[in-house]
Design a protein around this ligand. Structure first.
Ligand SMILES: [Zn+2]
Length: 372
């Protein structure tokens, strides 16, 4: 997630915090310190309300972290590595590298999170009953028990990609052995639930006048709708690129030029003249840089005549490349991380081709058209 900072490692899994996390910690602290605790526990010293508010916010995220760790550790135990855990405004997300291979794996992995939240709610609820009535400890434990109960139940809503939606998908998948079809069903239900949340958010805001809760529901609904659509597309992409390597996706090398023409010349003679979309620039037989349409478009047309290739190309030291046997999905991930639209392919230390996002899309389109 862009805008995240790395804060450490837990069980070998890097932990990130997104900047929106700080916003929500502040909001929760203020609202619990000024509204919830004073109304439920009158008579505490003012400082206690603020301490309770801050502890509630921090322990809420500790609870979310335990929830995400439960998903992650179960996933890892089944041989699917976890790249990172990120805490952000809507809670947490474990970045799990692959889709589970078996329906049973997904069922266990998805259920682990809500199960841990519900267990925490139970333990905190017992702690709240055991602690002296109306004490600071009892108030904190009771509040966190309720929050964990809510986190557990909310995540069990059967809309993909919420945990409940994943449980649903794994059950349909188990029965039908068709992961694409079961993801489609779970994602449609996810979108329906997200839409209902958005509608009820507006109703709460307009008819009950509670704009904060209403808009919050709208935002969560909108976030879930996006996530449902994206997860399904991601799965289609995975399926379409399964077993495909760079060798099948690449096109022959872009032509290599030795000199340093201006961009207007490149456009007239190479791009429009012979249909090239990329160029390697060499100096004394060694690769010096890569120029693509993307670079050309970054310069206003009026300045093409005065701008030379070497001023805008990506220099060789900054060019990322992929191995010819690299899988299609890893290539897309590398392109996303480097934020590029094309990537050279190497075999040993030899350049053998180039892959553009367009190539990948064409490949997928052809496969779909041929019904493969
Ligand atoms: Zn979860």
């Amino acid at each position: 997630m862009k805008g995240s900072i790395r804060v450490g490692k837990l069980f070998g899994i890097p932990l990130f915090i997104h900047y929106t996390w700080f916003v929500i910690v502040a909001l929760i602290t203020v609202s619990f310190a000024t509204v919830n605790y004073p109304s439920q526990y009158p008579g505490w010293p003012a400082a206690s309300y603020w301490l309770a508010g801050l502890l509630t916010a921090l322990l809420l995220f500790a609870s979310v972290l335990i929830h995400e760790l439960s998903h992650s550790l179960v996933s890892r135990a089944q041989g699917v590595p976890v790249d990172s855990i990120t805490l952000f405004i809507f809670g947490g997300v474990a970045n799990i590298r692959e889709e589970p291979r078996k329906a049973r794996h997904e069922l266990l992995m998805a259920a682990a999170g809500p199960a841990s939240s519900l267990l925490l709610a139970l333990l905190l609820g017992i702690a709240a009953l055991v602690a002296p009535a109306r004490s600071f400890a009892a108030g904190l434990a009771r509040t966190l028990a309720l929050i964990n109960l809510w986190v557990g139940l909310f995540n069990l809503i059967p809309g993909f990609p919420l945990d409940g939606g994943r449980v649903l998908r794994s059950l349909v998948w188990w029965g039908s052995s068709d992961i694409v079809q079961s993801t489609r069903i779970a994602s449609i239900i996810g979108r329906v639930i997200a839409t209902l949340m958005i509608i009820s958010g507006f109703l709460v805001a307009i008819f009950l006048g509670d704009w904060v809760s209403g808009l919050w529901l709208v935002f969560i609904g909108w976030f879930l709708d996006n996530a449902a659509v994206q997860s399904y597309q991601q799965l289609l992409l995975r399926e379409a690129l399964a077993g495909v390597t760079a060798r099948q996706l690449m096109s022959p090398l872009c032509p290599t030029i030795e000199d340093d023409p201006d961009l207007q010349t490149v456009v007239d003679e190479l791009v429009l003249g012979t249909g090239q979309r990329c160029l390697f620039i060499a100096r004394e037989n060694r690769l010096a840089g890569l120029l693509t349409l993307h670079h050309i478009k970054s310069v206003p047309k009026e300045r093409w005549r005065e701008t030379h290739v070497s001023e805008v190309m990506t220099p060789s030291a900054e060019i990322k490349s992929v191995d010819v046997n690299q899988s299609g999905l890893n290539i897309l991930r590398t392109m996303d991380e480097a934020n590029v639209n094309q990537i050279p392919v190497v075999e040993g230390d030899r350049l053998v081709g180039i892959i553009t996002r367009e190539h990948v899309l064409h490949y997928i389109r052809n496969r779909i058209e041929l019904g493969l």
